[in-house]
Design a protein around this ligand. Structure first.
Ligand code: IPM
Ligand code: MG
Length: 354
């Protein structure tokens, strides 16, 4: 099995290192693999002048699964958009057809106190956000900058969804709902946007194939509010690329820290790229302060969704739960005044628990 590691920038290399060590711990006669490491994002730009070097893309196409750290950093802020680290990530998603982004927000009972929300609101929280990942205003054309008639600068982007793009992500969401509690909430802005009116129409059409799933629709502004007011009303949330980007960061904080949230980005056959929802956190890069658990939990998603080893995924998730139950915390999930462990010790603790 070929696994490609893409550490990227900022804290990426530190958290990927811990995740790979955890993966090594799982190596067995019936679980053999080969890990290749390649640059992406700012690291790709530094080494190859390209945030998605050709060699990285080629390896990605050959790999069974990809584990990614994070991209981006202040050194690259002034590059033209096509060379920015984020483009490496957006292009690899697009090139590999990774249209289905699964972002589970699950509260670990040990971390109830780490959230800024009341325990009574978040206890038992278990949401799955299904975010469309290769369309929408992220990729719509035309886009760019121009000068208006009066010589003013103007920026513009295009929000856009084709029917077939909505159908395939809706199918993914309905099927996930069938494996959970048969409840799906589709989030859009159909009171304002034509793209959303079509989105809602198509989701309704797809729903006829899933009569056992109860479908509701919600405007994105209300969804943002409801996520804070009563997050447990949600089970599976289906949404487009930009709304999903925003709502998934928001949902992460319900669970105490964005440092805990894994994600999977899958193509039509289940091959995928797995990455933490958090970013490259350049302010703490290289200081052994990052939480590696979102990446380690992304590894568990890789085992479950791409490598067909849900047994190992559950073992790994169990090990993370154990370390948290034993009271170990990185600084992002600690409560005031409690002692914390660093990135590498947290990784080691998970390996010991395994
Ligand atoms: C995410 C990130 C990316 C996105 C950025 C880094 C391009 O915020 O995965 O949520 O906007 O999709
Ligand atoms: Mg984001």
């Amino acid at each position: 099995m070929k696994i490609l590691a893409l550490p990227g920038d900022g804290i990426g290399p530190e958290i990927i290192k811990q995740a790979i060590l955890v993966l090594e711990k799982l190596r067995a006669k019936d679980f053999n693999f080969e890990v290749t490491t390649m640059p992406i994002g700012g690291a790709g730009y530094d080494s190859h002048g390209d945030p998605l070097p050709q060699t990285t893309l080629q390896e990605a196409k050959k790999a069974e699964a990809i584990l990614l750290g994070a991209v981006g950093g202040p050194n690259y802020d002034n590059l033209p958009r096509s060379l920015r680290p984020e483009q490496g990530l957006l292009r690899i998603r697009k090139e590999l057809g990774l249209f289905a982004n699964l972002r589970p927000a699950v509260i670990h009972s040990e971390l109830l106190g780490a959230s800024t929300l009341k325990t009574s609101v978040i206890e038992g929280l278990d949401i799955m956000i299904v975010r469309e990942l290769t369309g929408d205003i992220y990729f719509g054309k035309p886009r760019g900058r121009r000068s208006t008639g009066s010589g003013e600068r103007e920026g513009f982007d295009t929000m856009q969804y084709r029917e077939s793009e909505v159908v395939r992500i809706a199918n993914v969401a309905f099927q996930i709902a069938q494996k959970r509690s048969f409840k799906l909430c589709s989030v859009d802005k159909a009171n304002v946007l034509d793209t959303s009116i079509l989105w809602r129409e198509v989701v309704d059409e797809v729903s006829r194939d899933y009569p056992d799933v109860s479908l509701s629709h919600m405007y994105v502004d209300n969804a943002g509010m409801q996520l804070l007011k009563n997050p447990r009303q949600f089970d599976v949330i289906l949404t487009g690329n930009i709304f999903g980007d925003i709502l998934s960061d928001q949902a992460s904080m319900l669970t105490g820290s964005i440092g805990m949230l894994p994600s999977a980005s899958l193509d039509h056959s289940g091959k995928g790229l797995f990455e933490p929802v958090h970013g490259s956190a350049p302010d703490i890069a290289g200081t052994d302060r990052a939480n590696p658990l979102a990446t380690i939990l992304s590894l568990a998603m890789m085992l479950r969704y791409s490598l067909n080893r849900s047994d190992l995924a559950s073992r790994l998730e169990g090990a993370v739960g154990q370390v948290l139950a034993d009271g170990y915390r990185t600084e992002d999930i600690t409560e005031d005044g409690k002692e914390t462990v660093g990135t590498s010790l947290m990784g080691e603790l998970v390996r010991k628990a395994l």
